[in-house]
Design a protein. Structure first.
Length: 185
């Protein structure tokens, strides 16, 4: 186990050095690998032809999720998230969902929920033993830079994407964000 962990550390250092050589500067994105607990979420899902369409539909999708929560008298937890079901960063044929995290007991009591809304669903995201993670500080519309850096790191460090990737809004709700040029994702 120690040898495996040491080899992974060396691979990460070598990848970081290659990245620095290529860019001429240190990347603003530091990737960490961590374990993630399971989450119960309320989400709305959509498929989009291009990345440009996201700007026009995300707010409506989040509005549907929060309206469903309000009508069911369920308080969302932080952070809110967007989930991209593509195996890599893409700018066309995007399968995504926007979501709010809720207490686990909402899932356990799901049969008591009265309000059903088209396109909004309650489901669970499984626990993940190893998830690569990166933090983006800056413009919300530039979060793709962080996702690109993350996928580059994954490839250079002997990992493969295994399912959807998540965008956690550490700045709060996208619908009420007052400064989209200064967010943490």
């Amino acid at each position: 186990q120690e040898l495996k962990e040491g080899k992974l550390r060396l691979m990460r250092v070598a990848a970081r050095l290659r990245q620095i050589e290529r860019e001429g500067t240190v990347s603003p994105y530091e990737v960490t690998v961590k374990e993630v607990r399971p989450l119960t979420i309320v989400s709305a899902r959509i498929s989009l032809a291009t990345l440009d369409e996201i700007i026009h539909v995300r707010c409506g999708m989040y509005d549907s999720v929060y309206r469903w929560l309000d009508e069911n008298r369920i308080a969302p937890l932080e952070p809110e998230l967007a989930i991209y079901d593509n195996a890599e960063y893409v700018e066309t044929d995007i399968n995504m969902e926007v979501a709010a995290i809720v207490e686990e007991n909402v899932w356990k009591n799901r049969n008591r929920l009265k309000v059903q809304m088209g396109g909004v669903e309650l489901h669970q995201l499984p626990a993940v033993t190893e998830m690569a993670s990166v933090i983006h500080h800056g413009k919300l519309l530039e979060v793709g830079d962080a996702i690109g850096a993350l996928f580059q790191w994954v490839g250079e460090n002997g990992y493969e994407a295994n399912g959807a990737y998540r965008e956690l809004h550490l700045f709060g709700r996208e619908l009420t964000c007052e400064d989209e040029d200064n967010v943490t994702v």
